[in-house]
Write a protein that binds this ligand. Structure first.
Ligand code: ADE
Length: 316
């Protein structure tokens, strides 16, 4: 397959019929979200995954090709990537798909429903539950006190690194890692979602993107911005930005810096964001290391898992 373009290679990834789920056993509910690629609705599914009688709440990603052929293509590749990827606790898992309806230009991808929605919105809506640096009496909290109040934030950071480590081990690039693309499920579980931009790496090393698409500029590594190079190491950069979002409780990165050129120029001059006030020092160090200009100098996801878990152990 050496001569095929990456998009062609995704095209020949197989669709396994075992994932097919009958459209008439889905009862569609409210809309959970909508983006430029399509929409996500809540649904009740009867007999999903062996449980013949059980009704399970699921989320369905859908597009209509009539409205956007590129969106349909993106969802088809997302489906194939999810099938290839397999299941992991810290990834939003595939439950099935309705592809028979493709004759009408309609595709449903059925995934796990995550009750607490996306991480970015959750952080913004629950800002008051997380630490303020001062207690009720107006005293500044110590590092240890801050750490204790931030256990959820630290746990999510750890779990996202785990999910990403799994992707990296399967040689899948996420390409759009950000708080908006992490979902929160029961029991404090965080799951990496939205593989719309994901690519399987068929070659060792980097994947060079061709053509211009809408890009998540503020989450992109410097080499992705300047040379359109994407790799697991560029996902690591995005993970650093995601950590910054977590510990600012959902702020937009690089406040005040707008526009592609301005950002690239600043990054090339060596400018990086500061450690958020709420973040423990070691998290600030992880962020800085994710943003090293040389991709090879950035830590791996498994190294970051290790770093975070050792800090978690030393505080409990
Ligand atoms: N919003 C987008 N995808 C979702 C999902 N799988 N569960 C809950 N809310 C969502």
């Amino acid at each position: 397959n050496e001569d095929l373009s990456l998009d062609d290679q995704i095209e020949i990834l197989p669709y396994d019929r075992r994932w097919e789920f009958p459209r008439n056993r889905l009862k569609l509910g409210v809309q959970l979200g909508a983006g430029c690629f399509g929409r996500v609705v809540k649904a009740e599914a009867v007999g999903v995954k062996d449980s013949e009688e059980n009704v399970k709440t699921v989320a369905i990603k859908m597009v209509r090709s009539q409205t956007n052929a590129a969106a349909l293509e993106a969802l088809v590749s997302e489906l194939k990537i999810m099938i290839y990827l397999g299941a992991h606790l810290n990834v939003v898992n595939l439950l099935g798909a309705c592809t028979k309806t493709l004759i009408r230009g309609e595709l449903f991808v059925i995934v796990e429903y995550c009750r607490f929605g996306n991480l970015q919105t959750y952080l913004i809506n629950h800002r008051n539950n997380f630490v303020n640096q001062v207690d009720e009496l107006g005293n500044l909290l110590s590092d240890a006190e801050m750490e204790e109040k931030n256990t959820d934030l630290i746990s999510w950071s750890f779990q996202i690194a785990r999910g990403m480590d799994y992707l990296a081990s399967r040689k899948v690039l996420h390409g759009d890692l950000a708080a908006r693309n992490v979902l929160l499920a029961d029991d404090g579980v965080a799951k990496v979602a939205d593989f719309g931009m994901a690519r399987k790496m068929y070659y060792e090393g980097n994947y060079q993107q061709s053509g211009q698409k809408l890009m998540p500029i503020k989450w992109m590594a410097i080499e992705s911005l300047t040379d359109r190079i994407f790799s697991t190491q560029s996902d690591v950069w995005s993970y650093g930005v995601l950590l910054w979002e977590i510990f600012t409780l959902g702020k937009v990165p690089y406040p005040g810096l707008e526009g592609n050129h301005q950002l690239v120029r600043q990054l090339e001059k060596g400018y990086r964001m500061d450690k958020p006030d709420f973040a423990p020092n070691y998290m600030g160090e992880i962020m800085s290391s994710c943003w090293k200009a040389d991709p090879k100098e950035r830590p791996s996801f498994s190294e970051m898992e290790e770093m975070i878990s050792s800090q978690m152990e030393s505080t409990v």
